[in-house]
Write a protein that binds this ligand. Structure first.
Ligand SMILES: [Zn+2]
Length: 210
């Protein structure tokens, strides 16, 4: 994964499918780095030799260890939409140890910079294709039906058949992996969305793939 700076979280049970009996890769867009040393610039271009490459892993571990941050509600709402119930710390651990999680953009965002540049998304596409060809997910759940979804690579993409849940058209498709496998892709609202991410409703969408 030579173009990957922010290494994916790979739960201990991801490879055997864990509680979902399926390899699920969750795709976020970017992360905010609050580390003063990076000055909001960590990533593939400014720190090619490393620095915050374990950021994603550390945030998931923080969450599972009970520390709170801007990611807490996002992780919690999302995990509930997978299992369709309120979750305990123990549930969270079981769920995230069954998942892989990757942030698409390979440069950090700051408070004043919340979307990537065209170059950032291009780099993200290369990194993303490397990650899916390494992790061979059965299902990729994309956080966001807008910007991130629209910036997924066209390469190796297969458009899905219409998938309608409660009258809502779920964005979906597949990636053709180099080993011959197809990875299913669906997009959900970003769980942190200000419009509200209703986990019981999104469970209906995710359940069509479980
Ligand atoms: Zn950083």
């Amino acid at each position: 994964m030579e173009h990957v700076f922010f290494k994916p979280w790979i739960g201990k049970n991801y490879q055997n499918g864990g509680i979902f009996k399926k390899k699920i890769l969750v795709l976020g867009e970017s992360h905010y780095c609050g580390n003063e040393n990076c000055n909001g610039k960590c990533g593939v271009r400014d720190f090619p030799d490393g620095g915050c490459e374990d950021f994603t892993y550390d945030r998931v571990m923080d969450y599972l260890n009970g520390s709170t941050g801007r990611w807490t509600n996002t992780f919690r709402k999302f995990e509930r939409s997978l299992v369709n119930r309120e979750t305990t710390m123990e549930d969270s651990n079981e769920i995230w140890q069954s998942l892989a999680f990757f942030n698409f953009l390979q440069v950090a965002m700051t408070e004043t910079r919340t979307a990537g540049t065209d170059e950032d998304y291009k780099e993200g596409q290369t990194a993303f294709l490397e990650v899916i060809n390494e992790l061979h997910p059965d299902l990729i759940i994309v956080w966001g039906v807008g910007r991130l979804y629209d910036n997924l690579p066209n390469e190796d993409w297969i458009k899905g058949e219409p998938l309608v849940v409660d009258g809502y058209n779920v964005k979906n498709g597949y990636y053709q992996l180099k080993n011959g496998k197809k990875s299913r892709v669906i997009a959900v609202y970003h769980p942190s969305t200000s419009r509200g991410y209703s986990w019981d409703w999104w469970h209906k969408v995710i359940a069509t793939q479980l």
